[in-house]
Write a protein that binds this ligand. Structure first.
Ligand code: GLN
Length: 237
């Protein structure tokens, strides 16, 4: 097992809406519970993105910080090098859109992304806001996703990615699917934060970085999941 797991939290000053930074804390807590020493690197938008991290996290944001964040990441190149090296990543909402070829700016203008995911996003007709529940691609063997979405963008998936899930409640990508997965990259519209509501997703990212994991006590996570899923799905939960 490796000496220290390195989690890189990209641009807390620009992209961190609705508690997305909690994703870093959940990964840290669940890695430490398995005896893996872990460090979170907070990379502000004025700093270079380190290339040697194990798991990269990027969150949601308003349109202007999203455009600025995309410009800085494109120029910096550190994240692109890390992904080419095989690092894992969870990209949420604005961060998810930035990973594609293009996304819609505040006036709907196309803004270039990083092309790390075969997706393209544009502004939709109405804001998607509220709770979301979705069934995950069975190949990933994960329980129902729960989270909160708030975005104008809609996302089209290309042949280079698979949908992460199919929506039961909520909008997600806008075509009945939510998020996507390609290699060790997961993109999603889910806030909540996503990994506090979906600890199995956190463990998937951790297992990509450090290998098979023993189970941990998920009682508090499960209580949160039960409460949210029954509020959203009622008897279907
Ligand atoms: N600005 C983007 C949109 O509205 C992302 C929003 C977000 O990250 N919550 O689609």
């Amino acid at each position: 097992m490796q000496s220290e797991l390195s989690i890189v939290w990209i641009y807390p000053d620009l992209l961190s809406t609705y508690g997305d930074q909690g994703n870093a804390l959940v990964l840290e807590q669940r890695a430490r519970a398995r005896g893996v020493p872990t460090r979170i690197h907070h990379v502000r938008s004025s700093d270079p993105v380190p290339q040697q991290g194990d798991i990269y996290l990027i969150g949601g944001g308003e349109d202007r910080p999203q455009i600025l964040g995309a410009e800085r990441l494109r120029k910096d190149g550190g994240l692109q090098s890390a992904i080419a090296r095989g690092a894992a990543m969870l990209a949420v909402c604005a961060g998810y859109q930035i990973m594609g070829s293009v996304f819609g700016g505040e006036e709907g203008q196309p803004v270039p992304g990083l092309e790390l995911l075969d997706i393209s996003s544009s502004r939709g007709e109405r804001r998607a806001v509220g709770e979301l529940a979705a069934e995950v691609d069975p190949a990933l063997r994960l329980p129902t996703l729960t989270g909160f979405e708030n975005h104008m963008g809609v996302t089209r998936l290309g042949p280079g990615v698979r949908p992460l899930s199919r929506t039961i409640v909520g909008t997600g990508n806008g075509d009945g699917t939510e998020g996507c997965v390609a290699g060790k990259i997961i993109g999603t519209y889910l806030h909540g934060p996503a990994l506090a509501r979906n600890p199995a997703l956190a463990d998937l990212l951790l297992s990509w970085a450090i290998g098979p994991l023993p189970p941990v006590n998920d009682e508090w996570y499960q209580r949160l999941r039960d409460e949210r899923l029954s509020a959203v799905l009622g008897d279907q939960a």
